[in-house]
Design a protein around this ligand. Structure first.
Ligand SMILES: C[S@@+](CC[C@H](N)C(=O)[O-])C[C@H]1O[C@@H](n2cnc3c(N)ncnc32)[C@H](O)[C@@H]1O
Length: 339
């Protein structure tokens, strides 16, 4: 949908009807993943009858679901047989290294809370400073990062292609989760080590990822809350990725300020976040992550690209610049600490 949709020609209800029922598209996608429909189609079970047998559902229901998936562009249909769309084939066929179902179902965990959004928006009880993270257990952190890692390592590979860290010695990875950025960075830049700084239950899970990737000598995990605990020292690189809308402006400003102060002179910082365009009309993804924080009753909200540039400049960073990272999803803002 374009930003201009709904303007110009005489309005009809069509666009509004589509938005009002968009959650059914999500339901169909989630059900198809549950039933391993795309994995089965890829293996040649490409008719409703074959899917019915494979998934243990009726042929009528298989036909309903496949029709919906085709209408959403997830499948195409020719001569009675279905085929996965290219992105579905790459990311939703179980067993492929690029399988990202855990991330694509990440928002589904909040399905019931989204259904009561107006109730959450009316909530005026005291804000929870770190939102849903307050009560996170190690087991929840493990599930959470099974999802983030299924796309985080891809984002990290893009990061090391965009950002040359040659000659850098030590990176702090604030809210580093699975350690995707740290693990990928040390594997790409000789002489670099990294410390992932994340909440205590997450740091336990981070260590599992570091070990699995064989990087325990070069990547460590430090447990802490970046909104109040002391940040790692002796680093000449700071990265903070994919946690921007989880906090309000005051907190983000304060964390970027403290990261600036903790960095060695001449060090660089990269904030990779779900930023809103400066005209505040998109991308939708940035708005979604900000709105999600209403469910958690945290300080979190969406920040624009210029808000983020302002956070860096107020912190004292120089050469502050904005870079496209993953179109419609993530933007990177970078700055350098004076020598
Ligand atoms: C969406 S994950 C992103 C993980 C990783 N940076 C990536 O891009 O793959 C957000 C991470 O920020 C961490 N986080 C959020 N608030 C934090 C805080 N106050 N202190 C430390 N870590 C925090 C969460 O625990 C979680 O691991």
């Amino acid at each position: 949908m374009t930003k201009e949709a709904g303007k110009g020609a005489r309005p009809t209800t069509v666009r509004l009807q589509k938005i009002s029922r968009a959650f059914i598209e999500s339901a169909a996608l989630n059900a198809a993943i549950d039933l391993e429909l795309f994995t089965a189609v890829s293996a040649g079970h490409d008719t409703p009858e074959a899917i019915a047998k494979h998934a243990g559902i009726t042929a009528l229901n298989a036909d309903r679901l496949m029709t919906m998936c085709a209408a959403c562009g997830l499948l195409s249909w020719k001569d009675g047989r279905y085929e996965n769309a290219d992105d579905v084939e790459r990311f939703l066929v179980a067993g492929k290294p690029s399988y990202a179902a855990a991330w694509l179902r990440f928002a589904q965990a909040d399905w019931k809370r989204w259904g009561e959004l107006s109730k959450h928006l009316r909530n005026t009880s005291e804000i929870r400073p770190i939102g849903d993270y307050e009560t996170m257990t190690v087991e929840q952190a493990r599930r959470y990062h099974e999802a983030t890692s299924s796309i985080g390592f891809g984002a990290a590979r893009r990061f090391v292609k965009q950002v040359d860290l040659t000659g850098r010695k030590r990176m702090m990875d604030l809210g580093g989760g699975s350690g995707a950025y740290s693990i990928t960075a040390v594997q790409n830049f000789e002489g670099l080590s990294a410390v992932v700084f994340d909440l205590p239950p997450v740091a336990t899970v981070t260590r599992e990822y570091i070990e699995k990737h064989g990087e325990s000598d070069r990547v460590g995990a430090q447990a802490g809350d970046f909104t109040k605990d002391e940040l790692p020292k002796d680093c000449d690189v700071a990265v903070m990725a994919s946690n921007l809308p989880q906090y309000g402006a005051e907190v983000i400003q304060q964390v970027i300020g403290r990261a600036h102060d903790a960095l060695l002179p001449g060090g660089e910082m990269h904030l990779v976040g779900e930023m809103l365009d400066d005209d505040r009309t998109g991308p939708t993804d940035a708005a979604i992550w900000g709105l999600l924080e209403a469910l958690a009753n945290s300080t979190g909200t969406t920040h624009t690209r210029s808000d983020c540039v302002g956070f860096f400049e107020n912190a004292g960073f120089e050469d502050v610049s904005v870079h496209e990272f993953i179109p419609d999803i993530l933007v990177r803002v970078s700055g350098r600490k004076r020598e």
